[in-house]
Ligand binder design. Structure first.
Ligand SMILES: [Ca+2]
Ligand SMILES: [Ca+2]
Ligand SMILES: [Ca+2]
Length: 400
């Protein structure tokens, strides 16, 4: 009897010796659901869809809600594989939303949702459960951004704590494409019909209990990637379809370097291997080798008085999708010297129309107006002179 137990114990020890090191390498993070309060949440921002409405009705509407005013706006949106017809009676604080849940084109048999103010002072309707075609449940939140605009985003996300060595990272996943699963990776295609084609991963990389911004070039919120960088190491990411767990496994990732040549650029890049941002005085970032799509660009600089000046850019010119190879340093000089270009056209009645644009070193374009501490500044004035230098006209630019 003793021998049998001993043999069992020996077998158990042998199993532990062979199994534990592999098992310990993969970090399995249990996740729990939590509410997404409003569209200002960083996870919602990568998932949010803007839906435009119209006054007067909708072609698929058979019966309007009882007693609805003539100012009401009507919306139709594809979400979770369904077409939702909605009517909104907008007011400053407690807008009402009628959703045709039984899809009969009759809004007189649907009880309205009443918006409440979130802490971000947004008008948010109570989360609405929807069933996808395969029967999975999706929580959808709708927000009244204005009388003519609704924001739609996931009502819930899942969250847990990943212990990596002696550090802990809060992680979050959200079903951004509303198909009932949390495992849809970014494939380079950012939008399907009307909404995101991916789910979203958030990692509080700097441990400040907030999501947003970048840490060592790694963006804290990203379309669900294959790998994520935590500290100095990369980990492959697997989110369970049902969001019960997130698994992180140490991964060998080859990297290259992107050099934008100047320290004032703020460039956001998306890839299958995560989202990255060059900002905060960096000109260079080490990135996984792969294909990158620029998503956002601006130039940000503080003046001597401490005011922050921003020039809004558009990823254009040479700043479109590009590859970074392993071991490569890719040079993509942005920004200065900036060139102002004036294009001349003929407006109505033969009047001259002048348009003004700013281009950077990679022919990327910037808006003509700068922002000082977030406030838009007046546009430059211009003077027209003839060949002899005599002033023949002057004016100022306007936005639009
Ligand atoms: Ca109905
Ligand atoms: Ca999904
Ligand atoms: Ca953070």
């Amino acid at each position: 009897m003793d021998r049998v137990i001993l043999t069992g114990a020996a077998l158990l020890i042998a199993l532990c010796v062979t199994v534990v090191p592999l098992w310990a390498d993969t970090i399995s993070v249990p996740l729990k659901p939590m509410e997404i309060p409003d569209s200002t949440n960083a996870m919602a921002q990568l998932a949010v869809r803007r839906v435009a409405g119209q006054a007067g009705g909708h072609p698929t509407l058979r019966v309007p809600p009882k007693g609805i005013s003539r100012q009401a706006t009507y919306f139709s949106v594809q979400v979770a594989g369904k077409t939702l017809l909605m009517a909104m009676e907008y007011s400053r604080s407690a807008s009402k939303l009628y959703v045709d849940g039984n899809a009969d084109g009759d809004l007189s048999n649907d009880r309205p949702l009443v918006a409440r103010r979130s802490r971000g002072r947004k008008q948010v309707f109570p989360a609405m459960p929807l069933k996808t075609a395969d029967g999975s449940k999706v929580f959808v939140k709708i927000e009244a951004a204005s009388q003519y605009t609704l924001y739609i985003y996931p009502g819930a996300m899942y969250s847990g704590t990943a212990k990596v060595g002696d550090k802990s990272f809060r992680v979050f996943v959200a079903d951004a494409n509303f198909n009932g699963t949390f495992s849809d990776r970014y494939s380079g295609t950012s939008r399907a019909t009307g909404g995101p084609a991916y789910d979203v991963l958030g990692v509080d990389m700097d441990g400040n209990r907030r999501l947003g911004g970048a840490v060592n070039c790694c963006e804290e919120v990203m379309p669900l990637p294959k790998v994520v960088r935590l500290g100095d190491a990369f980990y492959s990411v697997s989110a369970a379809a049902d969001a019960k767990t997130l698994e992180l496994e140490p991964a060998q990732v080859e990297t290259g370097t992107l050099d934008v040549g100047m320290p004032y650029a703020n460039l956001l890049l998306w890839s299958e291997n995560g989202a990255y941002r060059i900002s905060d005085g960096n000109a260079k970032c080490e990135l996984p080798a792969g294909h990158y799509t620029p998503k956002d660009l601006n130039l940000v600089k503080k003046d001597k008085g401490g005011a922050t000046w921003t020039l809004d850019g558009y990823p254009s010119g040479k700043v479109t999708s590009f590859d970074i190879a392993a071991g490569e340093t890719k040079s993509l000089p942005l920004g200065t010297p900036l060139k102002a270009k004036v294009s001349i056209g003929r407006g109505t009645g033969g009047a001259l129309s002048l348009s003004f644009n700013i281009y950077g070193a990679a022919d990327e374009s910037y808006g003509a107006g700068a922002y000082r501490n977030g406030r838009r500044q007046p546009l430059p004035r211009f003077t027209i002179v003839d060949e002899s230098g005599k002033k023949v006209g002057s004016g100022s630019w306007s936005y639009g």
